[in-house]
Design a protein around this ligand. Structure first.
Ligand SMILES: Cc1ncc(COP(=O)(O)O)c(C=O)c1O
Length: 399
């Protein structure tokens, strides 16, 4: 079987034509026009750096926050522009104070880097990280709500939950969880790394204490663009990881939160400056704008998953309602490639890449123990690419 073509949207991206790129989920992929836009901002900066940083940068950053806020239904002043979701999680966790014995809830599907942050901070304060097991395969979102709410005790102060989990690709019932947890007095730190551009987010009505999301993933913005949203009543205690002038700068008519997050030292803000253009460019790729992009990607992810399930004779591990634009499957045992120890690179990943030109993550996961594969669906992908992956997997797993 020959390598299939991408979709009609693919020419907007500069992706390697010899690669079947089914891993938008890890780092995103940015259209050529947006990269050009980022370079335009870098040129503008270098044209007159002092004028750029001292006179106009704040205004450009404000335009970016306003563009994000209109997509997120929130107040632009509650947004901090950060480099990535890991930084967003660290910013919150390393700002907060905990008491000995406080409990921090986290599902076992959390992204390991963010989980590490929780463990690091909890240990410093003598707090306890309570891991909530979420089954996989899973029958529905109500299981997640039941399991997490059952783990809340009088000592629970914070819960880190995902919009979409990284290893298992599950669209979590994050809205219901946020409402219930916040009502129970538990602050929610929403890890929406797979958030903006992948699922609709309405932050004011959501009511989470803290939300961080990557723009470089599903918004397709340049790398190093993300935001942290902090609810107004929580802003006083949240400080950037880098303390700078903002801490003492005369307040004027703005907030300390704004001052502190708007200037964290000299840095390349071109990815952030490119956000308004990114939002508009992407929205214009389909007639229905962002809602249509999310709908199309969701449909394609489910189609791709069904193609794989049928070809490999396996059951889908979750209902369609728990899929957004990525989908994880547990691979059947087969061929000579079983039994890869956890944390070791899976040779199947390498084989798919070198023999078939497919970029897709394959790894081992302990709960339940098995070999997992995760597909992504973005506008540039085509249905045929998942058929090609199914063909390659059948060959390599001797199915
Ligand atoms: C759920 C989740 N959280 C956090 C991250 C970290 O994103 P970044 O490396 O951009 O900080 C990822 C990355 O894939 C993720 O999937």
């Amino acid at each position: 079987m020959d390598q299939p073509a991408r979709s009609e949207h693919a020419p907007h991206w500069g992706l390697d034509p010899n690669c079947v790129f089914l891993n938008h989920g890890s780092f995103g992929a940015t259209p050529r026009e947006i990269i050009k836009e980022q370079r335009r901002w870098q040129d503008l900066l270098e044209h007159e750096p002092v004028h750029f940083y001292e006179d106009v940068a704040m205004g450009f950053m404000e335009q970016s926050r306003l563009a994000l806020a209109s997509m997120l239904a929130c107040d632009s002043d509650d947004l901090a522009l950060v480099e990535n979701a890991t930084t967003g999680v660290n910013t919150v966790m390393r700002s907060l104070r905990f008491n000995e014995g406080d409990e921090i809830l986290v599902p076992d599907h959390a992204y390991q880097a963010c989980r590490n942050t929780l463990d690091f901070v909890a240990e410093r304060w003598g707090a306890t990280v309570v891991t909530v097991n979420i089954p996989f395969p899973i029958s529905g979102p109500e299981v997640v709500v039941e399991r997490i709410m059952a783990a809340v005790t009088s000592r629970t102060v914070l819960a880190m939950i995902d919009t979409v989990s990284s290893p298992t690709g599950l669209l979590m019932p994050f809205e219901e969880l946020t409402t219930k947890l916040e009502a129970a007095g538990v602050s929610v730190l929403l890890d929406a790394a797979h958030g903006i551009g992948m699922v609709p987010l309405s932050l004011n009505s959501l009511g989470a204490s803290y939300t961080t999301s990557n723009c470089h993933k599903w918004l397709c913005a340049p790398k190093g663009s993300a935001f942290l949203h902090v609810r107004k009543d929580k802003q006083q205690n949240i400080h950037p990881l880098t303390i700078s002038h903002g801490m003492t700068f005369p307040l004027g008519d703005t907030t300390r939160f704004r001052h502190e997050f708007d200037w964290t030292g000299t840095r390349d803000i071109s990815a952030h400056c490119a956000l308004p253009a990114t939002i508009e460019f992407m929205a214009n790729l389909t007639e229905g704008g962002w809602n249509e992009i999310m709908r199309l990607n969701n449909e394609l992810a489910i189609k791709g998953r069904n193609i794989l399930c049928e070809a490999l004779s396996i059951e889908a591990p979750c209902p369609d309602e728990m899929i957004a634009c990525i989908a994880t499957l547990i691979l059947p045992k087969g061929g000579a490639l079983n039994g890869i120890p956890l944390h070791e690179p899976d040779p199947l990943h390498e084989i798919l890449q070198t023999k078939y030109g497919i970029q897709v993550p394959v790894w081992s996961w302990p709960s339940p123990k098995g070999r997992y594969i995760r597909i992504s669906a973005q506008l540039y992908n085509s249905e045929e690419e998942y058929r090609y992956l199914a063909h390659a997997l059948k060959q390599e797993l001797s199915i």
